[in-house]
Unconditional design. Structure first.
Length: 184
């Protein structure tokens, strides 16, 4: 699975001014999770995750043969059973808790008088970073703080989020995106 450098730009009407007031959003990014505890969902998730050269540092042609010839034929079924054992009625625990963290962060900031939209995204899986950036752009957001949620190997997770940003949409000139490596 190869990734294009950028996804196509969503429709945009040239000649329109940016929003009169600069709106700000936080995009809380976590590593990722499959959409369901099923073999097809795990196959899609593992293909995306294990195709990232920062995850597996084996020469691409050799890794492609291993991934598509062995791993994606065997691992999804075994992994689906393990995911099913921890899956909740609300969905993937990682997605559920990341969503709750985004809601809590939005509430925390609102109580302190900050009008900031807080969305969450997954580097691998959905909602993707690109889809959330599209939504924020459609909402007129011009400033985005990217906040990696991973507490383990934060440096590597930040690099993966940066790669996800590069795979996302090109950003209009009036947009500002900042990546915060960690909280103080």
């Amino acid at each position: 699975m190869s990734f294009p450098p950028f996804a196509p730009e969503p429709s945009f009407t040239h000649g329109t001014a940016p929003a009169a007031t600069s709106s700000t959003a936080i995009l809380l990014c976590n590593l990722g999770t499959p959409d369901a505890p099923t073999a097809p969902a795990l196959r899609r998730y593992l293909a995306e995750f294990l195709s990232d050269p920062r995850v597996v540092e084996i020469p691409k042609p050799i890794w492609w043969l291993i991934l598509h010839g062995i791993i994606l034929r065997i691992r999804p079924k075994k992994s689906a059973a393990k995911y099913a054992s921890i899956w909740t009625p609300e969905g993937s625990p990682l997605k559920v808790w990341t969503h709750k963290q985004a809601l809590m962060l939005a509430g925390y900031l609102a109580v302190r008088g900050h009008s900031v939209a807080v969305h969450y995204a997954m580097r691998y899986g959905s909602p993707s970073i690109a889809s959330q950036l599209d939504q924020l752009k459609a909402d007129g957001v011009t400033r985005i703080l990217i906040l990696p949620a991973s507490t383990v190997q934060r440096h590597h997770h930040g690099q993966r989020v940066r790669r996800g940003l590069r795979l996302g949409r090109p950003h209009p000139p009036h947009s500002r995106i900042a990546l915060r490596q960690s909280l103080p």
